[in-house]
Ligand binder design. Sequence first.
Ligand code: F6P
Length: 338
Amino acid sequence: MKRTDFKLDKMKNKCIGILTSGGDASGMNATIRAVTRAAIYNGFQVKGIYRGYEGLIAGEVKELTTEDVSSIIQRGGTILKTARSEAFTTPEGRKKAYDVLRKEGISSLIIIGGDGSLTGARIFANEYDDIICIGLPGTIDNDLYGTDFTIGYDTALNTIVECVDKIRDTATSHDRIFFVEVMGRDAGFLAQNSAIASGAEAAIIPEDRTDVDQLEKFIGRGFRKTKNSSIVIVTESPKDKNGGAMYYAERVKKEYPQYDVRVSILGHLQRGGAPSAYDRILGSRLGEAAIQALLEDQRNVMIGIRNNEIVYVPFAEAIKNDKPLDKSLIRVLGELSI
Ligand code: F6P
């Protein structure tokens, strides 16, 4: 018997649960489709768990067939719905979740989500080692360590660029400075790369916090020498810190009253819309790889992509480390926005 035949035989009739958790991201549906179809192809049964860990605790589980995931690859959001679960952060909540999995006969759990969702998976996997947990990086923030890209990031980036192109038209007509706020939680991937892609004059990101205030750097460059309007992309600020587009706009209004300033907060439109081709392919590859990982007896890992190759990243590594932003991107934007 070949190794893979043996594995297939061993895993036959095993049941996999799949859920999406935390903020939705375009490409999650492509991932659900890939997991479901690759699982069925390899002889597993698949059950969809609705509303993330919340729905798991409440027992919202339904078998998925290949037909259930037809015609979803092109759709944003998640057909399984999602939630941020307080209950799953408690031992009692996780015990209820475990009981549901046992009752449903689910022995492996695939979690599509970001940092918080994989943190939950890690804690759960440590407590209940008879459930195999596999994570898939699904978040627009691109902030998971160990993977070059997360599912949903590329689509969100393209959405931002499309919006900034439009804002640029009105900024130019009125000779205004626009502070455009984008999502990203504590990470500047969306802000920095959308700034480069849209030809913005500056990006204010958490990774570039130094002694010299980023706003001062931007003003100090004398941006008015060659341009009458400007776009500054700003990462949303953590709730407890100064920052965000409003904060910088107010400061400019006070400190440089000669400038005409406006703010645009892109908000949740960044999370919606049809996934880009890249996110569809990424979701398909990572989803299929999750099933391969189960066949290879992997557990408690996030499936990532590095240098275009599938990698297994232990949960602890994916969550614990801050994903570094390539600092040369700061230089690129600086040199090209003169
Ligand atoms: O993690 C994804 C994300 O979109 C972050 O960029 C943002 O800070 C957060 O979710 C917003 O969450 P919610 O939709 O719960 O307000």
